[in-house]
Design a protein. Structure first.
Ligand code: MG
Length: 160
């Protein structure tokens, strides 16, 4: 098949004493970071899982165990790079990426251009192939109560 679709989802707990990274961008949001073994970039984790899903190559937790000290505090951009460079992804190129970040706070609209540019750079694709949307959860559930942040991603890959 010359085309493959992949879907990814991730959620991280909000904590006050960590930085916030989304799509490889450091978002200035004091008191509003994400807990995780790596830099906890929830958007990059969803994107990475979508890419792995497209080629049926497992998930990010299998590739980068949270028990492995090598990945402690690591930039999720490096994890994505490692996946893109892996044999499973050779011969595939990204057609487009569409993702949604769900966060009650902070306001993400001002950061969207930087996040899209970062993702396009990491994925080596044109800006118009990258869509990032932001939603709140209308005050409902753990995300709405500002306890967590989540991301969904869908990718389409084609044989290069
Ligand atoms: Mg994660």
């Amino acid at each position: 098949m010359p085309l493959r679709i992949g879907q990814g989802y991730d959620l991280h707990r909000v904590v006050p004493d960590r930085p916030l990274f989304l799509g490889g961008v450091a978002i200035p949001a004091p008191g509003w970071g994400l807990l995780g073994h790596s830099d906890a970039d929830v958007l990059l984790h969803a994107v990475t899982d979508a890419i792995l899903g497209a080629v049926a190559a497992g998930d990010i937790g299998q590739w980068f165990s949270d028990q492995d000290p090598r990945w402690h505090g690591i930039s999720s951009a490096l994890l994505l790079r490692q996946v893109l460079d892996a044999p499973a992804l050779q011969g595939w190129q990204l057609v487009n990426l569409d993702c949604t970040v769900i966060a009650q706070r902070p306001k993400l609209a001002p950061h969207m251009p930087a996040i899209r540019t970062s993702l396009a750079g990491l994925l080596g694709c044109p800006l118009d192939a990258v869509s990032v949307k932001a939603k709140t959860n209308e005050g409902m559930d753990a995300i709405g109560r500002e306890e967590a942040m989540a991301a969904w991603a869908v990718v389409l890959l084609q044989r290069s």
